[in-house]
Design a protein. Structure first.
Length: 703
């Protein structure tokens, strides 16, 4: 598919805002920005500045997905930038590792020492240096641009960035040829919306507004989630299946489609490869079998299949929670095939969306931005960020390579967010590990650093953003000068490269040049002036097939993966009965509503809303354990123990507890968080973590 950039229509061009408008009478400027966080909404922002200080962060009313609304978190973004505990000067460790004892140093002293330490390690083997980053910002510049150039030139180990979405992403690529899906706005046209594994009110607010529009127009909303979320409360039906059984439910829906003759045979014949093998698998999953595995009733399975087959248009909004189990990748493959079997793609408002990020492939140029050509003839090893606990503790070996001697962390807080944190803590506390952290605050990870370097927030730097929830490219203009001595990630790595003696011209590229390199097919002046542009894509992308696979057809039997099937959890009563006898409760760890991963946890106004770390437990499970609402409890398994407060109620289904995260460890009751209990085992495809595949026990805590 040839991708071009849509030009604004006459109406939108006439009302387009410039990047920086001013009220000369009041001395107030309004700057165009973009939300940087790991959220599918990627909102366009209007940032109001008075006398060099941000006084308001609001949604852009002209940007269709944002339509002027922001979540509570981002509307308070200025609280992060002006937070009294923000790191505003380089810091050098002066106390024991992990004690959080630092002294201020100059940028020159910090970068000189860091460069000397890295050079000494690189002379032995540059693969002993590891970058660790993820989506603390989703920006193309402050994410992986100058930093990627730096590590490629150094020859450092590569990081496999798997911690959030790689199982689902691999599944979409296998099935559709890319991370592709419906247009966000088209959900307003649906008459059935299945919200699968998503608390949209908390984590996908702007999709929810389109779903609400559809609901007002008569659409039925169904929520599939082990937890009775705020979203489930607002849907017509909630199916509280057991964690890790989504693939079985998808096969059960297929079974009903087949036996009742509800397939779109013409669409399958023209646009789906390998369906006969899938038919045979699905026929083995009658509703009674599915109900037993998923913890639902057979009537619920049959009813959902009937609704999905008979309602037009029917849409699925899938999110990443359900792919964080052993069989998460296979489950996404199966769900992604459902709209192909019913021909839902033929209609506006029909289809599925998990990620839209693949639509941007021809709009952006990752190679120009990240410069893998700086690695001529070298093939550094790749370290999976989800197994960082094990990998920091591994000795050098022929199989593993050199021991990790230096860790450069930016845009991430692995001490809080990585699984099986007892091992992560032990790895970070190695006395022979040299750690540099680029941060805004002294997070759990920054406390372990030898140097903490102050980074700018989104209000202080230039960036360009794509999205995984809609199809607009956005720009973020700096609204204010950097606070204190903070510098953008790009500038930090630019200066560190100079200290290392890297003299390639690409290390002198300005941020504006990086922005232009990132999205070379865009009208950059339009993007800069207006703040956002929409990709020009077909209104119905797969109405006539046209998937981005080799033959343009959705794929069932994929080389190396085979035909998707139900893959049970690692930890369940069926797959691990001896473990389940000791730890009978399945635990999922969905995000707290007012945090985003571990971001915003230290914003007091938001933390006061959340209160404190909680585990939700059903009365049927709390009673026999002597656990009362509001009591302190110990949640534990063989990997660790987590002290938190119990919320007894029906948010949790029987047999499942919900450990709401991700709190900073040092803000927890015993200096731990929910990842004390999660494992480093990986998904069936995509090498992703299995955060929601976890058995635990809960006991009342001693006073």
């Amino acid at each position: 598919m040839n991708l071009v950039i849509a030009t604004p229509d006459t109406a939108s061009a006439d009302t387009a805002d410039t990047a920086d408008t001013a009220d000369s009478a009041a001395g107030i400027r309004v700057v165009q920005g973009a939300c940087p966080h790991d959220c599918p909404d990627t909102c366009a922002l209007k940032i109001t500045v008075d006398a060099g200080r941000v006084i308001k962060v609001a949604g852009d009313p002209d940007h269709p997905p944002t339509h002027g609304a922001l979540c509570t978190k981002v509307s308070r973004y200025a609280e992060r930038s002006y937070h009294p505990e923000r790191v505003l000067t380089p810091l050098k460790r002066v106390g024991p590792k992990g004690a959080g004892q630092f002294e201020p140093v100059s940028w020159d002293a910090a970068l000189t020492d860091i460069a000397a330490r890295l050079q000494a390690i690189a002379e032995r083997d540059p693969q002993a240096v590891l970058p660790y980053s993820y989506a603390g910002t989703m920006g193309l510049l402050q994410g992986e641009s100058m930093s990627a150039r730096f590590f490629h030139r150094l020859g450092a180990s590569l990081l496999d960035r798997t911690i959030c979405s790689s199982a689902g992403g691999a599944a979409l690529v296998a099935t559709y040829g890319g991370k592709l899906g419906m247009h966000l706005e088209d959900y307003a046209q649906a008459r059935l919306i299945v919200i699968w594994g998503s608390n949209s009110i908390a984590s996908n607010l702007h999709f929810w507004t389109f779903a609400q529009q559809a609901k007002r127009d008569g659409a039925k909303l169904v929520c599939i989630d082990p937890r009775r979320t705020e979203t489930a409360d607002k849907c017509h039906q909630h199916l509280a299946l057991r964690p890790g059984t989504d693939g079985a439910l998808a096969l059960g829906l297929m079974h009903e489609l087949i036996v009742n003759g509800w397939l779109d045979e013409d669409y399958i014949a023209a646009h789906v490869d390998g369906f006969e093998a899938l038919r045979d698998k699905a026929l083995a999953w009658d509703s009674e079998r599915v109900a037993a595995v998923c913890g639902l009733s057979a009537d619920e399975v049959r009813g959902l299949a009937r609704d999905y087959a008979s309602t037009r248009p029917a849409a699925i909004r899938l999110n990443y929670g359900m792919q964080r189990t052993h069989g998460g990748g296979s489950a996404v493959r199966l769900i992604a095939l459902l709209p192909c079997l019913t021909g839902a793609w033929r209609q506006r408002g029909g289809g599925m969306l998990l990620s839209a990020s693949g639509w941007f492939r021809q709009a952006k140029d990752d190679a120009a931005l990240q410069r893998p050509d700086l690695l001529p003839g070298r093939r550094p090893r790749m370290i999976n960020m989800s197994t960082i606990g094990d990998d920091l503790l591994r000795p050098a070996s022929a199989e593993f390579g050199p021991r990790i001697e230096a860790l450069i962390v930016y845009n991430s807080n692995p001490m809080a967010v990585a699984p099986e944190s007892p091992k992560v803590v032990a790895g970070f506390q190695r006395e022979d590990l040299f750690t540099v952290v680029l941060e805004h605050f002294l997070t759990d990870t920054a406390d372990q650093a030898d140097y903490v370097l102050p980074a700018t927030t989104q209000l202080e730097h230039l960036d360009v953003h794509t999205s995984y929830g809609h199809t607009y490219v956005l720009i973020n203009h700096p609204a204010i000068a950097p606070v204190g001595q903070a510098k953008p990630n790009t500038q930090i790595f630019r200066e560190l490269a100079a200290k290392m003696g890297f003299d390639e011209p690409c290390f002198a590229d300005s941020d504006e040049l990086l922005a232009r390199q990132a999205v070379p097919t865009l009208d950059f002046e339009l993007l800069s002036r207006r703040g956002w542009v929409k990709l020009a894509l077909p209104a119905l992308p797969f109405a006539e097939g046209g998937f981005e696979t080799a033959n343009g057809r959705a794929q069932v039997d994929v080389p190396g993966l085979g035909v998707p099937d139900f893959v049970p959890p690692y930890e369940s009563v069926e797959s691990a009965p001896a473990l389940a006898a000791r730890y009978p409760l399945a635990m999922i760890s969905p995000p707290a509503r007012h945090f985003l991963n571990s971001t915003f946890v230290n914003v007091k106004s938001l933390r006061s809303i959340e209160g404190e770390p909680l585990v939700e437990i059903h009365p049927d499970d709390a009673g026999p354990r002597g656990v009362h609402d509001g009591a302190m409890v110990r949640v534990f398994n063989d990997r660790g123990s987590y002290l938190c407060r119990a919320a007894v109620g029906t948010r949790a289904r029987p047999g499942v507890v919900n450990g709401l995260g991700v709190w900073w460890r040092k803000l927890g009751a015993a200096g731990t968080n929910v990842n004390e209990l999660t494992s480093q085992r990986l998904t069936d495809i995509g090498r992703a973590p299995t955060f929601y595949d976890c058995l635990v026990e809960v006991a009342a805590a001693r006073a």
